[in-house]
Design a protein around this ligand. Structure first.
Ligand code: R5P
Length: 301
C-alpha cells in the first residue's frame, strides 16, 4: 500500500503514512502559466493499493481538481485500488436545495469523486447536518471518522481542563454528536446549545435548558470554525452562565476574518484544532482518525 499526498496537506499525508506503516509516494504538482494544474505521479503504482490524502479547504476548486487529476492518473497507471481521504470535504454545507434552483454541492462533489475512479472514501467529521445517510450520497464504500476523541484527550492530557469539572458542549444541535464523542472519550458529561443562524456571519445562541456550567470547565467543540461567529456567541453565553474556563476544540479550523481574535476576546483560554487544515491552532493530528477509517474499510488490519 502507498499513500499519495495531495499538495494541500503534505504533513497530514506523511503522518497517515507513518501511522499506517506504509510508503509515501512522490508526486509533482505545479501550475501551468495559465493557472491550470499539472500532476505527475513519480512512483510506480501499478498493482498497488493507493490512498490519496487531500484536504480541500480555502481553495476547494483547485484542490478538488488536483485530486480528480491524480485519481484518474492513478487508475490509468494501474493502481489496484484507490481510497480517497478528503480530510476536509468541501462543499458539504450546501447539502440540500434551500432555495429553488440551487445546486446541491455535496451531491455534485460526491458524484465527481466516484466518477474520477475512487473505490472508497474516508472523511473526517464531515459536515452533514441534514443528510442522515451520507453513504447513499457518496455511492461507494464510505466512512466518516472523527477527530473528536483525539481532541478531547489532548485537552485532558495537556491540562487544559480538569477531568473532574469538565463538561463538553456543542454550540448547536448538530454539534451534539461531536460533543458526545468527545465526552465519551474522557468520561465527561455533554450537552449542546441552540443556534439560530441569521446570516453567513451572524448567529444567535441560547441555552437548551439542561446545561449546568457554573463553576465548570467547558470544552466547547465543533466540527468547523469559519468566521468564529458560532463559537464567539456560544463562549459569551457560557461565560455569562458562570463557566470557570472555556477551551475550544475544533476538527477543521478555517479561522477566516479574524475568527481567532474574536473568540479569544470572549475570554476563551485556548483554541486548538486538528491538522485536517494546517493552521496556527493545529495541535492534534487527525492521522489516527484517518487510519481508523482505513481500518473500518478493511484496508489495514
Ligand atoms: C455549522 O453549523 C458548523 O457546524 C459550524 O458551527 C459553522 O460552520 C461555524 O461557522 P462560523 O465559525 O462562521 O460561525
Amino acid at each position: 500500500m502507498m499513500v499519495v499526498p495531495g499538495s494541500s496537506n503534505g504533513a497530514l499525508a506523511y503522518r497517515v503514512a507513518r501511522s499506517a506503516g506504509v510508503r509515501l509516494a512522490k508526486v509533482d504538482y505545479r501550475r501551468f502559466p495559465d493557472g491550470e494544474k499539472y500532476v505527475r505521479i513519480l512512483d510506480d503504482v501499478k498493482g498497488e493499493e493507493v490512498v490519496l490524502v487531500q484536504s480541500a479547504a480555502f481553495s476547494p476548486d483547485e484542490y478538488l481538481m488536483e485530486a480528480f487529476l491524480a485519481m484518474d492518473a492513478l487508475r490509468d497507471l494501474g493502481a489496484k485500488g484507490l481510497t480517497v481521504v478528503l480530510s476536509y470535504f468541501p462543499y458539504a454545507r450546501q447539502d440540500e436545495r434551500f432555495k429553488p434552483g440551487e445546486a446541491v454541492s455535496l451531491a455534485t462533489v460526491s458524484k465527481l469523486i466516484k466518477s474520477a475512479g475512487a473505490d472508497r472514501l474516508v472523511t473526517i467529521d464531515v459536515h452533514r447536518h441534514r443528510v442522515l445517510d451520507m453513504r447513499s450520497v457518496v455511492g461507494i464504500p464510505y466512512v466518516d471518522s472523527s477527530a473528536m476523541p483525539f481532541l478531547a484527550r489532548y485537552a485532558i492530557e495537556y491540562g487544559l481542563v480538569e477531568k473532574e469539572r469538565v463538561v463538553v458542549i456543542g454550540p448547536d444541535a448538530e454539534a451534539e454528536q461531536w460533543a458526545a464523542l468527545a465526552a465519551r472519550e474522557i468520561g465527561a458529561e455533554h450537552s449542546s446549545l441552540v443556534k439560530t443562524r441569521l446570516g453567513d456571519r451572524d448567529v444567535k445562541v441560547r441555552i437548551n435548558g439542561n446545561v449546568e456550567v457554573r463553576g465548570r470547565d467547558v470544552l466547547l467543540v465543533d466540527d468547523i470554525i469559519s468566521t468564529g461567529g458560532t463559537i464567539r456567541e456560544a463562549a459569551r453565553l457560557l461565560m455569562e452562565l458562570g463557566a470557570r474556563k472555556i477551551v475550544v476544540g475544533a476538527t477543521h479550523a478555517l479561522l477566516v476574518e479574524g475568527a481567532l481574535a474574536k473568540i479569544l476576546e470572549e475570554g476563551v483560554e485556548e483554541v486548538f484544532s486538528s491538522d485536517t487544515i494546517p493552521n496556527p491552532t493545529s495541535r492534534v493530528s487527525a492521522a489516527p482518525a484517518v487510519v481508523s477509517g482505513m481500518r473500518s474499510l478493511g484496508l489495514i488490519g
